[in-house]
Design a protein around this ligand. Structure first.
Ligand code: GTP
Ligand code: SPV
Ligand code: MN
Length: 583
């Protein structure tokens, strides 16, 4: 089935271990996708949505215990524990292998083994990387066709180049007691069993394009980041690309395809990616980005014509919905979409508010990026797009201002390393707890954070035209827990300020923790945000920030001697300045 001997041998070994009834090599064709879908409709894995209003769209209900990434069951298995770092759970490779081999033994009996060759990144890009996922889930195979360049062309590239990341996935018995997501960076190998959901199972995404890729990127001198990529074009036709890292379910998909406010006639947003960026230092000294993915696996709840019209339009056809509710006439539904009352909830029960939300809070859609009205063909450019600004964001009810500009690259790395955000439903566990999530990579960095920050500093040193670094927070709240900032499309006002700053067009207020917009710096024309709220959003409280800097200090120290001294120094400089301010 392939001229690549290593791949042929691996498929044979896996089949011998897992004992599938059949083996299918995916070619990525429409006919193959249609067959996968009709098989799943027959088995009940997919339900067809109303073909009149939602053509070629389907609903999948995952096992109720399998609805989000499981970080506590995710491991990085480097030979040395310290190379995985305190930010990862670790197992010795030999121990992990024997545990996983036992779980995979016979796991595919009665099932089809799908061989899924895929390419992360434009198929002709030297920056793209290939992988092969072996899975016994037709739902995973179908999703991989939407999320990656899957099939023939990827296999041809693998046969040409010889190297690829191996990902072995089985649904197993879906028992959380027997669910593990293991990474072996040295072997370019991923093994995942017991979950069919999202980042646990679509191995090209978090496992390959972030955990394994970040490890490779450090060795090879680039960055693999949890970032959207978007272009912002002003009415004069000047185009700037922005890469922004927010933790899971904190607004990347929404920002990547935002629609400018009505006051912003002539402004255009161009979507390149909504979740992952691979960043390279270009020969011109700028930072260049590609989106390794080809589709979006986006959060459904909260998505509406009001908040994200581009998403609503792109979801009208050829979409797989997972764990959403359904209306009586077979349309997908979730909280925030409309005032309708759904007929069935995400588990297929007649809707009863007593059972909680109708859609699971981490309900998602899978859709080709090309269906997004703001999708840009530049996403296919082999060299990627040049980045003007990097943004770090989080979900913080207090403290963090609407926007803050780093003093320089090194200070920007400190801003990123100190990021914190309230947890969301994207991972299992308690929601709404503030945790540190450096560069939004806490769940995804495939090696020691100390080494990672050193790698960020080293990358900055190679950039002669480094992007500006910014921190944003769309999620500040008042005493009644209402958002102070309208968010969504209105966030363009903040992006405009960021671009103006990068061009040296506007002044800012300098503070020890970074630079803030001056009064009037953020254009509020047509917006209903009070002066007091705006002041609250664009000033810092030195006392509270001093406490924050103390916490960031202990957090950094928790990673031991691998943390670059420059970060400690940068933090100490900020703290000293704050002490003076606070008197
Ligand atoms: P992952 O796919 O998990 O990586 O998430 P993401 O970062 O792409 O987040 P997404 O854009 O899907 O947003 C998650 C949730 O936050 C949705 O319910 C959105 O409606 C909501 N959200 C996004 N942007 C904003 C904003 O500017 N303000 C407010 N208040 N909510 C927002
Ligand atoms: C995230 O959690 O950041 C996601 C969803 O993008 S998942 O693919 O499940 O990781
Ligand atoms: Mn994500």
């Amino acid at each position: 089935m392939t001229s690549n001997q290593a791949l042929a041998d691996w498929v044979r070994e896996v089949a011998a271990l897992t004992q599938p009834d059949r083996i299918h090599w995916c070619d990525g064709s429409q006919a193959e996708y249609d067959t996968l879908v009709s098989d799943m409709l027959r088995s009940g894995t997919l339900l067809e949505l109303d073909p009149e209003t939602r053509p070629h769209s389907y609903l999948h209900r995952s096992h109720p215990s399998d609805v989000a990434r499981t970080e506590h069951l995710t491991f990085v298995c480097t030979p040395e524990r310290d190379d995985a770092g305190p930010n990862n759970q670790w197992l010795a490779p030999a121990e992990a292998h024997s545990k996983m081999d036992a779980l995979f033994a016979g796991a595919m009996r009665g099932r089809t083994l799908y061989v899924v060759p895929y390419c992360m990144g434009p198929i002709d890009s030297p920056l793209a990387r290939c992988g092969v996922e072996i899975t016994d889930s037709p739902y995973v195979a179908a999703n991989m066709r939407i999320m990656t360049r899957m099939g023939k062309a990827a296999l041809a590239r693998i046969e040409r180049e010889g190297s690829f990341v191996r990902g072995l996935h089985s649904l197993g018995d879906l028992d959380p007691e027997r669910r593990f997501i293991m990474h072996f960076p040295q072997e370019l190998l991923i093994q995942s069993i017991g979950s069919g959901y999202g980042g646990n199972a679509l191995l090209g995404k978090k496992c390959h394009a972030l955990r394994i890729a970040s490890y490779q990127a450090r060795q090879e001198g680039w960055l693999a980041e949890h970032m959207l990529i978007m272009g912002v074009e002003d009415p004069q036709g000047r185009l700037h690309y922005i890469a922004a890292a927010f933790p899971s379910a904190c607004g990347k998909t929404n920002m990547a395809m935002l629609i400018p406010p009505v006051e912003y006639q002539g402004w255009k947003v161009k979507t390149i990616g909504d979740d992952i960026a691979w960043l390279h230092v270009g020969e011109d000294g700028r930072l260049w980005a590609i989106n390794p993915e080809a589709g979006f696996f986006g959060v459904a709840p909260g998505t509406s014509r009001h908040t994200n019209p581009n998403a609503v339009d792109m979801l009208e056809h050829d979409t797989i919905f997972t764990n959403v509710a359904m209306t009586g006439d077979g349309r997908p539904w979730w909280e925030g979409l409309s005032d309708e009352t759904p007929a069935t909830d995400w588990q297929g029960r007649p809707y009863d508010p007593a059972n909680g939300p109708a859609a699971h809070p981490n309900a998602r859609f899978t859709v080709s990026a090309r269906q997004c009205p703001s999708w840009s063909p530049e996403a296919e450019h082999p060299a990627g797009v040049p980045i003007t600004a990097i943004i770090f964001g989080g979900r913080r009810a207090s403290l963090a201002p609407l926007v803050l500009e780093a003093k320089n690259w090194q200070h920007g790395v400190l801003l990123g390393a100190g990021m914190a955000s309230e947890t969301t439903a994207a991972a299992t566990g308690k929601v709404g707890v503030v945790r540190r999530d450096p560069m939004a990579m806490q769940p995804f960095c495939g090696y020691h954070f100390g080494d990672y920050w050193a790698h960020w500093l080293a990358t900055g040193a190679r950039l002669t035209k480094a992007p500006g670094i910014y921190q944003v927070n769309w999620f500040r709240r008042d005493a009644e827990r209402r958002f102070l900032w309208p968010g969504y499309g209105e966030n363009l006002r903040v992006l405009k300020w960021i671009i103006e700053r990068c061009q040296g067009q506007v002044n800012a207020e300098q503070t020890p923790v970074g630079n803030l917009p001056l009064h009037g710096g953020i254009d509020l024309a047509g917006l209903d945000v009070s002066r007091e709220h705006m002041r609250e959003l664009t000033h810092i409280d030195p006392q509270a920030w001093l406490a924050e800097m103390d916490e960031v200090g202990s957090f950094l120290h928790g990673f031991g001697p691998r943390v670059p001294q420059a970060l400690h120094d940068e933090r100490e400089r900020a703290a000293q300045g704050l002490r003076q301010l606070a008197g």
